[in-house]
Write a protein that binds this ligand. Structure first.
Ligand code: FER
Length: 251
């Protein structure tokens, strides 16, 4: 494992690169955590490990205001995450040992990889949004995030997400910028293979969004895990198998 920082828009993004044993050249997956998440979460590490096991290098990177990256949580927005991810993609494209590029992200990171795949459709061999939170822009427009209602036409300066969400404070710009995103457009632009893995008891992202995305993508496999939660707390092995089977099936 190699730990380092990738510069992005004046800040440093914390990154870890894990490669399969004896690896010198091959495919790379860029793997991104979700909202309030980080690269050491069990489901993120499980995804990284199975990818390594089947021959893929994995670059985990923490986005603005998360994990060991710079920036305050309160100031993070999806625009900043998109800028960060685009910078990371430019960085990985300079690595001469990378043969093919793949994207994987969980939840808000799943929304992020949907956006990036649509913005650079020629650059990714396949995309794996895990429980993608692509309802965030729609919810920002209708006025409810993390179960907290607000007036979408008069956005508060701060959204206090309360005790259940760890007393996190989300800045008004998170909402303002999220309102402008239309992930369906980026979904339509990416024609390559997509794998969505979703627990049907996900408490953060309703199942219907995974089903809707799977229909909208031209080439999508949807694996629904009965009885599982947002972070695959009950059937992590099923999520891992879904990734293994999908990637192995592409060869
Ligand atoms: C929300 C639902 C889910 C939300 C964010 C998420 C900010 C993201 C969850 C995750 O990334 O794990 O209403 O609002």
């Amino acid at each position: 494992m190699k730990e380092f920082y990738i510069p992005s828009d004046g800040i440093r993004l914390h990154a870890k690169l894990d490669t399969p044993e004896g690896f010198t050249k091959g495919p790379l997956v860029l793997l991104i955590h979700g909202f309030t998440g980080h690269m050491e979460e069990e489901h993120i590490v499980a995804a990284q490990q199975v990818m390594n096991e089947i021959g893929y290098a994995v670059l985990r990177v923490e986005m603005y205001g998360h994990g060991g990256s710079e920036g305050a949580f309160k100031d993070h927005t999806l625009y900043k995450w998109i800028g960060n991810a685009l910078d990371v993609v430019e960085y990985v494209k300079t690595l001469d040992w990378v043969t093919d590029l793949y994207l994987c992200g969980h939840s808000q990171g799943g929304l992020l990889v949907m956006m990036i795949a649509g913005m650079r459709p020629d650059d990714f061999k396949a995309v794996i949004p895990l429980a993608p939170a692509w309802m965030i822009p729609e919810k920002a427009r209708t006025g409810e995030l993390l179960g907290i209602p607000f007036d979408p036409l008069h956005i508060p300066e701060e959204l206090d997400t309360g005790e259940i969400n760890g007393n996190l404070v989300l800045g008004g710009n998170y909402i303002r910028t999220a309102q402008t995103l239309h992930p369906e457009d980026e979904i339509a632009r990416y024609r390559g293979p997509v794998l969505i893995v979703q627990g049907d008891e996900d408490e953060a992202v309703p199942l219907e969004y995974a089903e809707k995305a799977a229909k909208l993508y031209e080439n999508c496999r949807l694996i629904i895990i009965p009885g599982d939660s947002h972070c695959y707390d009950h059937h992590l092995d099923v999520m891992v198998d879904a990734i293994r089977n999908f990637l192995n099936g592409l060869q």
